[in-house]
Write a protein that binds this ligand. Structure first.
Ligand SMILES: [Zn+2]
Length: 207
């Protein structure tokens, strides 16, 4: 076998691999709550307006020898989403319920670093009531919680871990479900990724 044949074989194999792995999921892989419940669900009034309330996220929360600036973590994570995607929920109003509301505390040993609940304006949950379930209908506002207990329990107390979860939870707030097959902040099996192209595509294509 001469060199040119060898190269051709390698190229052929490469083309086969590219065909297999680029089809059909590479243009998008993000998941919506449709994958959990059968419909796409989103903010009823979109993501190009609306206030957020960050007053329930403490700036210096002390737990078990660590001090957490949950206010800064959420603020940075929201800024990233607003900067990278079509989300523009950028007006802070701490006097009332916003479209996005951020909480953090010691919620005890419940197995979650963070979670999101979706609500209707009358205060009822948007279709499902378990701790970390997606909504079953469109929603008017969403609340996110970060749990100091679990971060501490597993030693993930640094800013990098906290903002990774905050970005992930905001992804849920905007309408994304878990996506575990590609690099994505919505990938629940890794701390490695901030907001990725796949996450941005998912949000932008939903609204
Ligand atoms: Zn999640």
């Amino acid at each position: 076998m001469n060199l040119s044949n060898l190269l051709r074989r390698k190229l052929a194999l490469l083309l086969v691999l590219m065909t297999v792995f680029s089809f059909p999921g590479s243009t998008y892989a993000y998941e919506y709550f449709t994958s959990w419940y059968g419909n796409n669900y989103e903010f009823r009034s979109g993501i190009s307006s609306g206030t957020y309330n960050i007053s329930h996220a403490p700036k210096a929360y002390n737990y078990n020898g660590h001090t957490y600036d949950f206010y800064q973590v959420y603020n940075d994570a929201l800024w990233k989403w607003n900067y990278k995607s079509n989300s523009n929920i950028s007006t802070k109003d701490n006097s009332k319920t916003g479209k996005l509301n951020f909480y953090a505390s010691n919620y005890g040993n419940n197995g979650y670093y963070g979670w999101v609940h979706h609500y209707n304006w009358d205060g009822s949950r948007a279709g499902s009531t378990c701790l970390a379930c997606g909504p079953k209908t469109d929603w008017d506002y969403a609340n996110s919680a970060l749990n100091a207990y679990e971060f501490d329990e597993d030693g993930y107390t640094s800013y990098g871990y906290l903002i990774n979860v905050a970005e992930h939870e905001i992804g849920h707030m905007l309408g994304l479900a878990h996506e575990n097959d590609v690099p994505a902040v919505m990938n629940q099996h890794s701390w490695d990724w901030s907001i990725q192209k796949d996450d941005v595509n998912g949000v932008n294509n939903l609204y």
